[in-house]
Design a protein around this ligand. Structure first.
Ligand code: PFF
Length: 484
């Protein structure tokens, strides 16, 4: 594709990809799951998951995109020529479609809360219970909900409409520095509050008793969501790179920035939560219920509250544009549509699909399946099923089907220095991508669809057969090697 758009610079790419990774997952979700799962001990486990599973898959995704210069469907097709693998790419496009539809709903809350902050409404919220009632009355109002959902969606479409360089890259170059500046201001404010030490201790002093198999799986599942893995977002962004870019280096920067922001958000939030005597383990309501009370009670709360929700909305916007870009790239590459047509048609389709999610907190709250609203179902299917499945197949594909050695040749373009005289680095990457990442992702998948325990039971029953199979497989593989 001769006239495919490309990023203006590696810096622009790293900012855009970090923008995709840094989102509601970092600022809304990470602090509350860390709060519920033992603070520092959880963070430690999370960092390990990021390093051994997250980073290798980030590299694999970007590499597939850059090599093929295609969206996920085109990338799998070009490298495999098989229908099955092309369909796996299709799964990514579908995942992006579904995630954007409910992600924009929460981003809509954040946009609405920006206005709440502007109107000075947090000042009247003295307790978390009051804040909760206020929150419920807002999201319970379909007009409020749909209104802010629409506003957020229009912004998302506008950025993608403008293109890779003039929309996504330029937008990220403006929004990401704003995000960092706000986060630094909020962190300093948090640390300077009296009693903030307790919050820092909560984040830094590990409580190992809270770490269980369950929290490891939560950490790993979150690592996937927060790095935008498993649905080809980074693959699509990688497809706008040229061969000169050093992918491992860019991947480390993206992963580092994503982790840094999660930790900074944790510091900003927990210092303030502890200093004002609020409950750190509030769960999903931590931001909308606890934090609003915190802002209501602190000096300068009006200003800091406003800044916080600007931060959250900007972070969500740089992620939502990457979600939309995956589907748009598919229609541009595979169907020959213009970018503008794709954004308008596909953006509108996703917008409509998201309306039942936006109404899941009011008009459609009673329409449930297995106790899950439309919003819950969309979240479950995309985050717990499609992302792990996609991530699993991406790791397997690059390591085994495309083939690690062929992929490595591609990876070395632009990264010659990194691999020169460092065979150990190649070996580590190979072991992680071929074995550790797929196995761990598979376990997370079983966990997130609720099948892990029964699977372990089955494994216990049939362990002899399983051991025999593994031994036979090992013999077969080693024989093949000898023949070669
Ligand atoms: N990484 C984003 C976050 O942490 O909020 C969410 C996300 C964006 C997931 C893009 C997947 C994706 F493709």
């Amino acid at each position: 594709m001769a006239n495919r758009e490309h990023w203006g610079s590696k810096f622009g790419f790293v900012l855009a990809a970090s923008g995709s990774a840094i989102g509601l997952g970092n600022i809304w979700k990470f602090p509350y799951i860390a709060g519920q799962n033992g603070g520092a001990a959880f963070i430690f486990v999370y960092l390990i998951c990021i390093a051994i599973v997250g980073l290798p898959v980030v590299i694999a995704e970007i590499l597939m995109g850059r090599t093929t210069q295609r969206n996920p469907v085109g990338a799998f097709r070009k490298l495999s020529g098989s229908k099955f693998w092309t369909a796996i790419g299709g799964l990514g496009v579908v995942a992006g479609f579904i995630i954007l539809s409910f992600y924009a709903v929460i981003a809509g809350w954040s946009t609405g809360y920006m206005v709440e902050a502007l109107l000075g409404n947090f000042g009247q919220l003295a307790t978390a219970a009051q804040a909760n009632t206020h929150f419920n009355s807002l999201v319970g109002d379909p007009t409020w909900m749909i209104g802010f959902y629409t506003i957020f969606f229009v912004f998302t479409m506008a950025v993608v409409f403008l293109g890779v360089k003039d929309g996504i890259e330029k937008g990220s170059k403006i929004m990401m520095p704003i995000l960092f500046i706000i986060l630094i201001i909020l962190m300093i404010k948090g640390i300077s509050l009296k009693g903030s030490g307790e919050g820092l201790a909560f984040l830094l002093k590990p409580d190992w008793s809270k770490i269980s198999g369950q929290s490891v799986l939560i950490a790993l599942g979150h690592a996937f969501f927060t790095l935008s893995l498993g649905m080809g977002a980074l693959m699509t962004y990688g497809s706008y790179l040229n061969k000169k870019t050093n992918i491992p280096n860019a991947a480390v920067q993206i992963v580092f920035l994503d982790t840094l922001v999660a930790l900074m958000a944790g510091v900003a939030i927990f210092t303030a939560v502890f200093a004002t005597g609020q409950n750190p383990a509030m769960g999903p309501g931590l931001i909308f219920n606890t934090l609003t009370v915190v802002f209501g009670s602190m000096t300068g709360g009006y200003f800091f509250g406003l800044l916080f929700f600007v931060l959250l909305t900007v972070a969500a916007l740089t992620s939502s544009i990457s979600l939309l870009e995956v589907a748009v790239a598919y229609f541009v590459d595979e169907r020959g549509w213009s970018r503008q047509k794709s954004v308008l048609l596909i953006g509108s389709a996703i917008f409509l699909f998201g309306i039942p999610s936006a109404l899941s907190f009011n008009l459609l709250a009673d329409f449930t399946y297995n106790g899950k609203t439309f919003f819950d179902l969309a979240d479950f299917v995309a985050s717990n099923v499609l992302l792990p499945v996609g991530g699993f197949f991406i790791a397997i594909f690059v390591a085994w089907i495309w083939g690690f050695d062929k992929a490595l040749i591609e990876l070395k373009h632009g990264a010659e220095n990194i691999f020169k005289d460092r065979t150990w680095l190649v070996t580590i990457f190979k072991v992680f991508l071929k074995f550790i990442a797929p196995v761990m992702i598979f376990i997370v998948f079983l966990h997130s669809v609720g099948l892990l325990e029964s699977t372990i039971e089955q494994l216990k029953n049939y362990w002899i057969i399983i051991v025999l199979c593994i031994v036979m497989l090992a013999i077969m593989i080693s024989r093949k090697r000898i023949k070669k």
